[in-house]
Design a protein around this ligand. Structure first.
Ligand code: CMX
Length: 132
């Protein structure tokens, strides 16, 4: 599997961007509000993968909770897959049921599912199937 992106929880995308732009020379290629997840996101291209900055749009939602508990930092690692539904079935059969029992639409219109950090040594994992 290829890494598609690494999600980084931030208090403010605007506040985080100067570092990524100036220190690393990365540019924003996409921004979006993912209302269902309570986040605003900005994707910065880094080679074939990207960094997804995640800023909460309100006090509810997984990223707001994460920031409150743990502060800014790496929130998840996303892997690109084909046949996401097939992976969900396989993982469920292997005793690793994803948090999403079927693919749902995430940022950039892609289909996604998440795997609980308890299965991956404390790292939240996302599987993403490109539907662009
Ligand atoms: N990475 C690692 N650990 C995490 C975590 C993360 N992103 N989020 C929560 N945890 C840990 C907490 O630190 C806590 O650990 P302890 O029990 O040791 O204290 C434990 O998981 C439970 O945390 P919680 O704050 O009570 O959170 P919940 O159990 O309510 O939810 C999770 C955790 C992973 C099930 C939930 O965040 C989830 O369903 N995530 C998937 C969706 C998501 O993250 N959406 C935002 C991104 C959207 C996008 O990329 O577009």
């Amino acid at each position: 599997m290829q890494i598609d992106h690494i999600g980084v929880a931030v208090e403010s995308i605007e506040g985080a961007l100067p570092f990524y732009r100036k220190a690393l020379g990365l540019d924003v290629v996409h921004t979006e509000i993912v209302a269902t997840q309570g986040v605003k996101v900005a994707f910065l291209q880094a080679g074939q993968a990207s960094i997804e900055l995640l800023e909460p749009t309100g006090p509810e939602g997984a990223v707001a909770k994460f920031l409150k508990k743990r502060g800014p930092g790496i929130h998840h690692i996303a892997f690109a897959v084909k046949d996401l539904a097939g992976h969900i079935t396989r993982l469920s059969q292997e005793g690793l049921p994803p948090l999403d029992p079927k693919p749902r639409t995430g940022a950039r219109g892609h289909h996604v599912c998440f795997l609980h950090p308890k299965h991956a040594q404390g790292v939240l994992i996302e599987l993403v199937e490109n539907h662009g």
